[in-house]
Write a protein that binds this ligand. Structure first.
Ligand code: ZN
Length: 203
């Protein structure tokens, strides 16, 4: 499947002149929730992700997502893998916690799933919360990889910013690596292509 085209078709891959949360500018932006707007399309993406995971011989009992961003992707991946779906949420102190009556058994094999992995910070915190309860992290998964972490089958190497442990496989459908510029060196600014806008700020 052509993952980039699927993102474009869903208007999840935006092109323009964007102001990122970091203060940097970019000509492309992933509005990752948009690709999950239509459940049947979402299922096609997670079916492809589940296939990669199964073909690598990874077996799991449960998919766990960090809320809020990962919940839909995690739920659909659990459906594709025919396993249980749970999620962790922010504990208000910088970590993640399992609430709402969800439980993890000792040794339960768990995949941490996000919609998009940038540095993997939230996914790593989710993994820590699950491991503290006795769960075993067998893989990380996301629909899109922003190119800071190395996914299985990609030639791109992990960057120092990657928070995911190197000894656990990371599966993603594709790499989406975009150039980022400081405002001073931004080519769109230099060409006078208007002010950089916050993605999604139009509505
Ligand atoms: Zn700019």
């Amino acid at each position: 499947m052509n993952v980039e085209q699927a993102y474009k078709d869903a208007n999840a891959l935006l092109e323009g002149h964007f102001l990122l949360a970091s203060g940097n500018h970019s000509s492309r932006y992933l509005q990752s929730a948009k690709v999950l707007e239509y459940p049947k399309k979402a299922a096609e993406l997670t079916d492809a992700l589940a296939k990669m995971i199964k073909e690598a011989g990874v077996e799991a009992d449960t998919v766990c997502a960090p809320a809020l961003g990962g919940v839909l992707a995690g739920y659909e991946l659990a459906r594709s893998l025919d396993v249980r779906s749970i999620f962790v949420e922010k504990d208000g102190e910088g970590g993640m916690v399992l609430r709402r009556g969800f439980e993890v058994a000792e040794g339960e094999k768990i995949i941490i799933c996000e919609d998009i992995i940038t540095t993997g910070g939230s996914a790593f915190k989710a993994a820590q919360a699950i491991e503290a309860l006795g769960g075993k992290i067998v893989a990380f998964a996301s629909l899109a990889n922003r190119g800071f972490c190395k996914r299985q089958g990609s030639n791109l190497e992990a960057k120092p910013e990657c928070k995911l442990p190197q000894n656990i496989p990371f599966f993603a459908l594709d790499d989406f690596t975009f150039e980022m510029y400081t405002p001073e060196e931004c080519p769109m600014c230099r060409r006078g292509e208007g002010e950089a806008v916050k993605p999604g700020s139009k509505g």
